[in-house]
Design a binder for this molecule. Structure first.
Ligand SMILES: Cc1ncc(COP(=O)(O)O)c(C=O)c1O
Length: 460
């Protein structure tokens, strides 16, 4: 533990929080304990290292400025300029990119920046349908991407795979200005080169959103789109184990001249600031720099490989146990189950598993008769299981927990579930045991006496 001003401020700050705001302090303590004691099999999340959390909590967040390093609109930026340059350098190194913008507040913002700077209102955007696994920002009608632009959506073939000839047909028929590839729930490898051929044929920009697979891409476990797509976007809190935020990465097209006469790089820089965002969150930029430094380590690469081998093992075991695994398996961290075939909904499955300390998320699946709050699918992921040190051997145990709950649970009305208390107690005990045997690395463990006191407080 450092003894400098950062460490003293952090310790003092938590002390003040406990003393002055016991209610909030208690909630934050309980949330941290919850993360230790539940088995997170959530594909859209990871657990940031305490050193990443520490960056977020620094006074760097007090610095108000606009613009980029060396060209700010405020004084006092000498040190934060260095922090941002470090984050940019590490982002470029991690992804082999020629240019990186580390300021987007989120993955969604990164996508909005790209849409609003490269297109005019009403232009056509071709993206994956939400129920097929696309993201809201890829042209869904619930999002500005589907309201300010004209969305056209591609789906999947009968095997649950991207149907590239069908995407090409849609592109030829609708001549989009921009094509999104990359998804929120698609477990198979994405052929970025095939997408670029389609985009080039119709004169569209290709944007690869690698939010879900950024860690696999950085580790070389999934092909990289950085030199293939015009623009690559990602969020930083999923597979990069970083803070909540986004990145925009450019590869060989960085200096491409757009019809405006400006380069792609300059256009996107101006689109982040001043077009869409104001002041950057420099504490978050520091946390991104910290997380991106880890990407270069052998441990990160080893874990990325294990994320995929464990997901494959989990999918194979669930399939063996009679569950319907969508897309026939996985090449990534993600396993999608169709629980509708068992007479369940995604929300019932999610709630029943959560009641046992197993955290997954409900998910729409192709042709889903239910809306996004109910769904017929469940999405599992291995980012946190791999971080906890689990390997292929433990996936039989994880699959057995999911299987036991999905077999025993009965719907009770639309959104409630009925689970045999014996099954619940048994699965909860086994999930808690797994968490104890595979603790979150580098995170101080909750002290048993405190956990007990906390439970009592929560029950009062
Ligand atoms: C493919 C994809 N893009 C973008 C996002 C949005 O990221 P953020 O939560 O940072 O806005 C997500 C998050 O779920 C995603 O799955």
């Amino acid at each position: 533990m450092g003894t400098g001003i950062l460490a003293r401020t952090a310790a003092h700050g938590v002390g003040l929080l406990a003393e002055r705001d016991a209610e909030l302090h208690g909630l934050l303590e309980r949330e941290q304990i919850r993360q230790h004691e539940t088995l997170a099999m959530v594909a859209a999340a990871s657990t940031a290292d305490p050193s990443v959390l520490a960056c977020e909590a620094t006074a760097t967040g007090n610095v108000t400025t606009e613009g980029y390093p060396g060209a700010r609109y405020h004084a006092g930026c000498e040190l934060v300029d260095e922090v941002e340059r470090l984050a940019v350098r590490r982002a470029k190194e991690a992804f082999g990119a020629r240019h990186a913008n580390v300021q987007p507040h989120s993955g969604s913002t990164a996508n909005q920046v790209v849409l609003c700077s490269l297109l005019r209102p009403g232009d056509t955007v071709l993206g994956m349908d939400l129920k097929a696994g696309g993201h809201l920002t890829h042209g869904a009608s619930a999002s500005m991407s589907g309201r300010f632009f004209t969305p056209v959506r591609y789906g999947l073939d009968a095997d649950g795979l991207i149907d590239y000839p069908a995407v090409a047909e849609l592109a030829r028929a609708h001549r989009p200005r921009l094509i999104f590839c990359g998804a929120s729930s698609y477990p198979r490898t994405i052929d970025f080169r095939r997408f670029r051929e389609i985009a080039d044929e119709v004169g569209a920009y290709l944007v690869a959103d690698i939010s879900h697979i950024a860690g696999l891409v950085a580790a070389g476990v999934h092909p990289s789109p950085v030199d293939v797509a015009h623009v690559t976007t990602t969020s930083t809190y999923k597979q990069l184990y970083g803070p909540r935020g986004g990145l925009i990465l450019l590869g060989r097209d960085a200096e491409l001249r757009l019809p405006s006469g400006r380069t792609l790089r300059a256009t996107l820089e101006d689109a982040v600031f001043p077009y869409l965002q104001g002041t950057p969150r420099l504490n978050t930029v520091a946390a991104k720099a910290r997380a991106l430094a880890e990407v270069a380590t052998p441990a990160f690469r080893e874990r990325a490989g294990r994320i995929v081998t464990t997901a494959r093992a989990l999918a194979a075991e669930l399939d063996r146990l009679g569950h319907h695994v969508l897309a026939g398996g996985t090449d990534t961290h993600m396993v999608l189950l169709d629980v509708g075939r068992r007479g369940l909904t995604g929300v019932i499955a999610e709630q029943a598993l959560e009641s046992c300390g197993v955290i997954v998320n409900k998910n729409s699946i192709p042709g889903d008769p239910h809306g996004p709050r109910v769904t017929s699918g469940v999405r599992l992921g291995t980012n946190v299981l791999a971080l906890r040190g689990m390997g292929v051997a433990e996936m039989a145990e994880c699959a057995a927990l999911v299987d036991a709950v999905l077999r025993a649970v009965r719907p009770d009305g639309d959104r409630n579930h009925d689970l045999d208390p014996v099954v619940r107690a048994e699965v909860a005990a086994r999930a808690a045991d797994l968490c104890r045997r595979f603790p979150l690395p580098d995170h101080p463990l909750p002290r048993p006496a405190l956990v007990e006191a906390d439970r009592t407080a929560a029950a009062v």
